[in-house]
Write a protein that binds this ligand. Sequence first.
Ligand SMILES: *[C@@H]1O[C@H](CO)[C@@H](O)[C@H](O)[C@H]1NC(C)=O
Ligand SMILES: *[C@@H]1O[C@H](CO)[C@@H](O)[C@H](O)[C@H]1NC(C)=O
Ligand SMILES: *[C@@H]1O[C@H](CO)[C@@H](O)[C@H](O)[C@H]1NC(C)=O
Ligand SMILES: *[C@@H]1O[C@H](CO)[C@@H](O)[C@H](O)[C@H]1NC(C)=O
Ligand SMILES: *[C@@H]1O[C@H](CO)[C@@H](O)[C@H](O)[C@H]1NC(C)=O
Ligand SMILES: *[C@@H]1O[C@H](CO)[C@@H](O)[C@H](O)[C@H]1NC(C)=O
Ligand SMILES: *[C@@H]1O[C@H](CO)[C@@H](O)[C@H](O)[C@H]1NC(C)=O
Ligand SMILES: *[C@@H]1O[C@H](CO)[C@@H](O)[C@H](O)[C@H]1NC(C)=O
Ligand SMILES: CC(=O)N[C@H]1CO[C@H](CO)[C@@H](O)[C@@H]1O
Length: 378
Amino acid sequence: MKTSFALFAVLASAAEVLKKPTPDADGKFTITAPGIKAQFIPYAATLTNLFVKDKNGVERDIVLGYDNTSYYPVDPGHPVYNAIPGRYVNRIGKGTFTIDNVTYHTELNDGPNTLHGGTNNWSYRKWNVTEVTNSSITFSIYDPANSTGMPGHVESSVTYSVSKNRWSISMDAVSPDVKTPIMLTQHTYFQLDAFANPENRTVWNHTIHIPSAKRVMLADQNALPTGVIANVSKNDIDDFWTAPHRLGFASGNSKFENHCGSGCHGYNGNWALDDKRNKKDVALTLSSAWSGIKAELHTNQDALVLYTCNWNDGKTEFKSTQGVAGKDRFIPRDGCIAIEAQDYVDGINHPEWGRLAKQIFGPGQKYHWESTWEFGTI
Ligand SMILES: *[C@@H]1O[C@H](CO)[C@@H](O)[C@H](O)[C@H]1NC(C)=O
Ligand SMILES: *[C@@H]1O[C@H](CO)[C@@H](O)[C@H](O)[C@H]1NC(C)=O
Ligand SMILES: *[C@@H]1O[C@H](CO)[C@@H](O)[C@H](O)[C@H]1NC(C)=O
Ligand SMILES: *[C@@H]1O[C@H](CO)[C@@H](O)[C@H](O)[C@H]1NC(C)=O
Ligand SMILES: *[C@@H]1O[C@H](CO)[C@@H](O)[C@H](O)[C@H]1NC(C)=O
Ligand SMILES: *[C@@H]1O[C@H](CO)[C@@H](O)[C@H](O)[C@H]1NC(C)=O
Ligand SMILES: *[C@@H]1O[C@H](CO)[C@@H](O)[C@H](O)[C@H]1NC(C)=O
Ligand SMILES: *[C@@H]1O[C@H](CO)[C@@H](O)[C@H](O)[C@H]1NC(C)=O
Ligand SMILES: CC(=O)N[C@H]1CO[C@H](CO)[C@@H](O)[C@@H]1O
């Protein structure tokens, strides 16, 4: 009796193991729910493909990426495609910060500043896969002390899950030993027409609305905040709050050129969301008239970085799941928008902003980030 029960248990658990989702030949894990399919690789905890239906019911892959999963780690441009940079995203002014009178130095990999933790950091590492189901996947990372010039080790994880028409992302992190900066984001680049609009492959005709983005960080030529947080007035170049605007609505404005740094037109800025907004409300809506796809963001974060892909050089191909058969496959300049929910850029160097408690974590404290994208049609 005992033996057969034990045998039954073994067989049952073997069946469980067999049913466990495994990666495909390219190393991609696929999770699905009605109306949505998402694929991921452990490198940088990257979303490689995101399929939703357009207004005609056609499935569209609406994020940037490569067909070849082996290319992500060796790509010299390394645009952090749909990855998790860390442990402190975006810029650190002059690659330095101070905690409790000790000054730390990080790699200057973006002009005079640090960007996304320097080279070879969280978005350059293969994360561990800790749990997979048909509709969710969890990746984890152990970041050793000083691996990015920052004190103490950090343990972090991200869970991606899908439910009907919805993609949810949840990230946690702790620094058990000492105080250290932690600020994460999920760095997805969207193209809601999947480059299949025969008239236009830029994002300028996508419409965006961010009702609580009433303030924006002024930035220098290297896209580093100066410290001044300006109010955004109606129809100003950064106004996406008073009404929905096309991303290209200000392209005739003299401020459009060099708006995101020297030689950079369009946007690579950081908007502060109203602290008092109801976090149950939609924080941002992005849509495109051509595909009719609409994406609504909910987030617990207080700021957003938007980047309209000025630096695409027109030499990188998009995926075989995108575009129009028979046409060229190159991503044009301005061909996408990265939407990064996070806290205020370089807040560790601006105590006057009052963000230190949201950006520096030590023993006993928990960092938690969450966002949901809900897809539909207009
Ligand atoms: C994929 O990328 C890797 C790394 O660059 C390269 O060695 C390999 O040849 C590529 N495979 C294909 C099918 O292009
Ligand atoms: C930092 O230095 C100041 C001035 O010397 C001192 O008053 C303060 O106690 C120090 N803080 C810490 C946490 O060591
Ligand atoms: C997951 O998907 C596989 C393949 O479609 C299926 O055999 C399995 O029963 C599913 N598991 C669950 C828990 O739904
Ligand atoms: C993955 O897990 C192994 C074993 O626990 C650990 O040694 C390694 O550092 C982990 N990798 C990452 C990227 O955290
Ligand atoms: C941290 O790493 C840098 C180089 O990566 C090194 O110069 C520095 O001494 C290290 N600091 C500590 C406290 O280990
Ligand atoms: C741009 O969007 C408008 C509606 O907002 C639509 O009428 C027009 O056809 C679109 N243009 C292109 C090139 O897709
Ligand atoms: C795409 O549309 C934008 C504005 O909507 C326009 O500036 C640009 O010239 C168009 N590109 C092409 C290739 O038609
Ligand atoms: C923004 O507006 C508020 C009042 O709504 C005002 O208190 C604040 O000084 C303004 N900020 C700037 C930088 O002008
Ligand atoms: C700039 C910097 O500190 N880079 C580090 C990122 O993490 C790797 C370990 O994965 C270190 O080797 C790099 O020095």
